[in-house]
Design a binder for this molecule. Structure first.
Ligand SMILES: Cc1ncc(COP(=O)(O)O)c(C=O)c1O
Length: 460
């Protein structure tokens, strides 16, 4: 006993203390691993299903004029929050969905779960009638557990292990993608009733993240080889998919890709593949929203290009089904990340005053997009009024660096930030538009567990 006391309290006791000291029940329930959003009933009207999701995740209705940051500050002060959390705006998510289907009426979105596998977001989209793009058995299970039928899932990973293929078959998930003779052979063996889209390569060279160097058959001999193998093996090829690259910047890339896909449909017909009727235009869309992340302004000029290319190459009324796999479009602006200041160091250098801040999240957590997604975080200070300050919080402070919490010297969020006031331990820094490829890629390095992050839901 004496020894134990000398070593200090165990990790469990520390966790218990930090929760009971700082959190109300409401805030504690918002921890990711505690949130329970039940399956929704597909027979219920969309509006009622949305209300059900809002109730299940205890979403708060923001007052007109109440910003996400004002709400975040209210939560921090009411619940004495002292760690990383997200605010997820499900109202904006619903508006993004409405905008997408109005802008491209022929295209049914299948949300790319990998982007932000948040249950409330997925339940909201399920209620609105989207399908889901899953990359793994775990994502398939997450979607099925919401009551989504397997027909509304595309297992859009072109290279799967035999075990993963069998898993999809056992759960009646038939629609999938493949891009080579080898993958066709695996599907023929392990999932004979699969409905397969040939994934072709059709890159936007200016996209933020290129996928084509890894996936997609070149629409020449490689595509012919994959389709010929499928025909010989009796694989049911039902269409074509592509992904121009994430955060595509050139809308014309969709025109080129849709034209190339048309060529593959024709090639398939010449090989006797008679069931090709699905065109999957992938992801790559980015939502343009106003400064408050409230109104949806557009999809970067993509819809007019897509609509025109579809009209030319896949005319309405000819029996084609068009789907897409947007991830970033739905998730990015919906999620605002809040990190608290855990440490501060002030220095006087030859170039003036500098301050280093250690935040509660970093490169190994929600900011992994700095490594994987070309993320350039945009911090906004959220000074907390209960913290005594000897200066005006609105004044711009010293040039600052923001560090993550791990002991790794590379765990840096941003350097030379010159828009922040002087902050203190306990203040918060907000990062808008952090819903995409953020928490989804967090790991537990240094023992900072991603599941401890809290998610607060609002509707605007
Ligand atoms: C197969 C597939 N579909 C969809 C997506 C989502 O793309 P985005 O977030 O650009 O919409 C990705 C992203 O990597 C992907 O690999």
């Amino acid at each position: 006993m004496a020894d134990m006391e000398a070593q200090g309290p165990s990790m469990d006791i520390i966790k218990e203390l930090s929760i009971s000291d700082t959190d109300s029940d409401y805030a504690e329930d918002m921890r990711f691993d505690k949130l329970e959003v039940p399956a929704t009933d597909p027979r219920e009207p969309a509006a009622e299903r949305f209300e059900g999701v809002l109730a299940a995740c205890k979403a708060m209705k923001l007052q007109p004029g109440q910003s996400i940051l004002a709400f975040a500050k209210q939560m921090i002060e009411e619940h004495t929050l002292d760690d990383t959390f997200y605010v997820i705006d499900l109202g904006l998510l619903a508006r993004l969905h409405a905008h997408f289907v109005a802008a491209m009426p022929r295209v049914t979105p299948f949300y790319a779960v990998k982007c932000m596998p948040d249950r409330a977001m997925m339940a909201t989209l399920a209620g609105l009638g989207t399908g889901f793009d899953c990359a793994s058995p775990a994502e398939i299970d997450a979607v099925l557990s919401l009551g989504v039928p397997p027909e509304r899932i595309i297992y859009a990973h072109p290279v799967k292990s035999p075990t993963q293929i069998r898993y999809a078959a056992a759960r009646s998930v038939a629609l999938t993608t493949a891009d080579s003779p080898g993958e066709m052979a695996k599907l023929a063996r392990w999932h004979p009733t699969a409905k397969v889209l040939l994934r072709i390569r059709a890159d936007d060279a200016s996209a933020l993240c290129c996928l084509g160097s890894k996936y997609g058959a070149d629409p020449g001999p490689a595509a012919t080889a994959a389709l010929s193998a499928a025909a010989a093996l009796g694989v049911n090829i039902v269409g074509v998919s592509f992904h121009v690259g994430s955060a595509s910047r050139n809308p014309q890339a969709f025109e080129v890709a849709i034209r190339l896909a048309r060529g593959i449909f024709d090639m398939g017909a010449s090989l006797g593949l008679r069931s090709m009727h699905i065109l999957d235009i992938g992801g790559g869309f980015t939502a343009q929203v106003d400064a408050a992340c409230d109104s949806v302004m557009g999809i970067g000029g993509v819809p007019s290009v897509v609509n025109a290319a579809l009209a030319t190459h896949f005319p309405l009324g000819c029996g084609y089904d068009i789907i897409a796999e947007p991830g970033r479009y739905f998730a990015e602006a919906v999620g605002t990340l809040l990190c608290t200041v855990n440490g501060k160091r002030e220095q006087q250098t030859a170039h003036g005053r500098r301050t280093d801040y250690w935040l509660s999240d970093g490169l190994y957590g929600s900011f992994n997009g700095i490594l994987y997604d070309h993320l350039e975080p945009c911090p906004i200070a959220l000074p907390i009024s209960s913290i005594p300050k000897s200066y005006e919080a609105a004044e711009i402070g010293a040039v600052a660096s923001l560090f993550g919490p791990t002991c790794d010297g590379a765990d840096v969020i941003c350097r030379d930030v010159s828009n922040l006031p002087d902050l203190d331990v306990g203040d918060f820094v907000a990062f808008p538009k952090m819903g995409a490829y953020s928490w989804a890629g967090a790991c537990n390095f240094n023992g900072f567990e991603a599941i401890w992050v809290k998610f607060f839901y609002v509707t605007t």
